[in-house]
Design a protein around this ligand. Structure first.
Ligand SMILES: [Zn+2]
Length: 255
């Protein structure tokens, strides 16, 4: 069995599928139809996503508790699992988290292949690319939970703090990258934070969570209102390994 041949075959099938969908189909529709294509005979598909936001949140908390006890076994990364999800993915949560090498979501929550849909950048902000990725996961993959997770001593947030406090400037694109974090620093400062960096980390998460809950596209908002999607905020502690879900928001009945 040659992977290259198989990939070529997949590409041809994907192209044919796109042609069949027609010119009016949206890019998401095409991606979705490809993602949900029929499995290769003999390759089992995992069950479609049916977990509630609350069930997934419990899973993540349990996974982090195991990580804290040092009992976390890396999620399933075996070949069998890889084959199970080779034709379709059903991640249980979207993680919007920092690129920081000390904050790998799968490890912190004990998840394996195909379980977390991760959007990472320094400072866990949401730009157009991140928002589009999130919307795709929610609308096309039916992911029921979005976790926006900052972390202790985040360098990107520290850079934004230094802009506010000292008028610091940064070379290249770094300055523009931290710009979206500056309002969070100003919020934290207005509230008289003793530890401005840590308060800014939390404020940065809260601002993103609030934006997602209030100002998302209908594809996201409708799911939040009907209890099929929950957006929560969290902070990871580098010292003790704990993920504090400090902004879980309301639980809405599924309708
Ligand atoms: Zn960071």
């Amino acid at each position: 069995m040659c992977d290259g041949q198989e990939q070529d075959g997949l590409s041809r099938r994907a192209l044919m599928g796109r042609a069949a969908v027609g010119a009016a189909a949206t890019a998401f529709g095409m991606i979705g139809s490809t993602a949900l294509a029929a499995p290769t005979p003999g390759t089992a598909l995992p069950a479609p996503q049916s977990l509630t936001p609350e069930q997934v949140l419990i899973q993540l908390k349990r996974g982090n508790a195991e990580f804290l006890r040092g009992q976390s076994i890396a999620g399933d990364v075996r070949g069998r699992r890889r084959l199970e999800i080779a034709r379709a993915q059903y991640p249980v949560a979207v993680l919007v988290s920092c690129s920081d090498s000390r904050v790998p979501p799968e490890v912190l929550f004990g998840k394996g292949l195909g379980q977390l849909f991760i959007i990472r950048n320094a400072g866990n902000t949401i730009d157009t690319t991140a928002m589009g990725s999130l919307e795709y996961a929610v609308a096309e993959l039916n992911v029921p939970l979005v976790v926006v997770m900052g972390h202790e001593r985040c360098g990107a947030v520290a850079a934004a703090v230094s802009v506010v406090e000292k008028g610091a400037t940064f070379p290249g694109s770094i300055g523009r990258m931290v710009e979206p974090i500056i309002p969070a620093v100003l919020d934290a400062r207005r509230q008289g934070a003793v530890d401005l960096l840590d308060a800014s980390v939390r404020a940065n998460v809260s601002r993103t969570v609030g934006r997602l809950r209030e100002f998302s596209e209908p594809m996201v908002l409708d799911r939040i209102r009907t209890g099929r999607l929950r957006v929560v905020g969290a902070r990871y502690d580098l010292d003790d390994g704990r993920v504090d879900f400090f902004d879980e928001g309301p639980v809405r009945p599924r309708t």
